[in-house]
Design a binder for this molecule. Structure first.
Ligand SMILES: [Zn+2]
Length: 363
């Protein structure tokens, strides 16, 4: 099978369009139409990882962190990133990443953190609000085809429900000009047509596809449709998650649980007094910017990584913050890749590499 087929399976769960603006997820090196000789799954692409792929004759590396993140202006081998890309190109190895898009979906990195802590009643911590309402006016007899075309293009999803739409009957009017070829009525005569207004919601990344699919089945020469940007939050897309422990835990017991389930050699934390921990927010990787959101959601604790000293100080007294380590909070990404690929392609056996940037030492 091709590299595109394998990465396509990952994108069914985590569309690349869901990534944050600063990110560089997707394929950054390689030809997607090449046959995949295997897939190496990792958190970070280092020279050591690429070398491992070379030795194992694997031509696709799938990582959580993009190999090229901050841009490249030359390939002289003077930085680790340049050497990784040179090595990959030299051995015809494709580099693919699913980063903030994998952080932003149900079933992604933060959901895996919820699984580890056995959190109930989960929801997205910081829902994205990149939603658009598409309203299309179609002759009544063609409204169903228009609706189904937009559903097939991914529009009409609200939370756990698909194929959501609203319709209203009405009357459209148009006066076809001299060069027009009207679907109904005559040139130069005002026509009244029984129409249906079909409304669906879509993520902004789906809009152009949904509009193209709609236009392909719509019978009018000039299709009337409206696109409205919405302020609504997307219930299923966004960073971090929040949920509840089955039973509240004493602060110390919670900290021990976190250390254990994330296999962390050590954790940093600032505990919020002796308050019991029931509601817990999580975010894989550097989630410190979501601390205030976690507080606003009423979470008793926030588990993430890369907190600065003053960020911990600010949180003091308002929420228990646990810095579990960047690697420890995100290593589940490779489990997700593995599950997605083997579910879709049961005979395909990805190769897992579980090491950090280099061996991180703890004294
Ligand atoms: Zn990360």
């Amino acid at each position: 099978m091709t590299i595109a087929q394998i990465t396509g399976a990952i994108e069914e769960l985590a569309p690349v369009a869901y990534q944050e603006s600063y990110d560089n997820s997707g394929l950054s090196v390689g030809n997607p139409q090449n046959e995949a000789t295997g897939a190496l799954l990792c958190l970070d692409v280092t020279e050591r990882v690429v070398q491992k792929a070379v030795e194992a004759n694997i031509n696709l590396i799938i990582s959580h962190h993009p190999a090229i993140f901050g841009g490249l202006k030359r390939l002289t081998g003077s930085t680790a990133t340049e050497r990784v890309v040179q090595l990959a190109v030299a051995h015809n190895i494709a580099l693919y990443a699913a980063h903030t898009n994998l952080d932003s979906v149900r079933g992604g990195v933060s959901e895996k953190m919820c699984d580890r802590l056995a959190l109930k009643n989960r929801s997205i911590l910081q829902p994205a609000n990149r939603l658009v309402k598409i309203a299309v006016y179609a002759p009544s007899a063609h409204a169903e085809a228009v609706r189904q075309a937009m559903f097939a293009a991914g529009a009409g999803c609200i939370g756990q429900y698909g194929s959501c739409s609203f319709s209203a009957q009405g009357t459209g009017t148009f006066l076809a000009g001299a060069l027009a070829t009207p679907f109904a009525g005559k040139r130069g005569e005002l026509h009244r047509e029984p129409e249906e207004k079909v409304e669906v919601i879509a993520h902004e990344s789906q809009v152009s596809g949904a509009v193209a699919a709609m236009r392909a089945v719509h019978p009018y020469e000039e299709v009337a449709y409206d696109l409205y940007p919405l302020l609504n939050e997307h219930a299923c897309v966004g960073l971090g998650m929040v949920g509840e422990l089955e039973n509240p835990l004493k602060s110390n017991d919670f900290l021990q649980l976190v250390k254990q389930v994330f296999s962390a050699p050590s954790i940093r934390y600032v505990a919020s007094g002796n308050r019991d921990i029931h509601k817990v927010a999580v975010c894989g990787g550097s989630g410190s910017i979501l601390t205030n959101r976690a507080i606003a959601c009423g979470a008793d604790a926030f588990v993430s990584a890369d907190f600065k000293y003053h960020q911990l100080q600010e949180a003091d007294g308002r929420i228990t913050v646990v810095d579990v380590g960047h690697y420890e909070s995100e290593i589940f990404a490779i489990e997700i890749f593995y599950e997605v690929i083997t579910k879709k392609f049961p005979t395909f056996a990805p190769y897992l590499v579980k090491y950090a940037i280099n061996q991180i030492g703890y004294l």
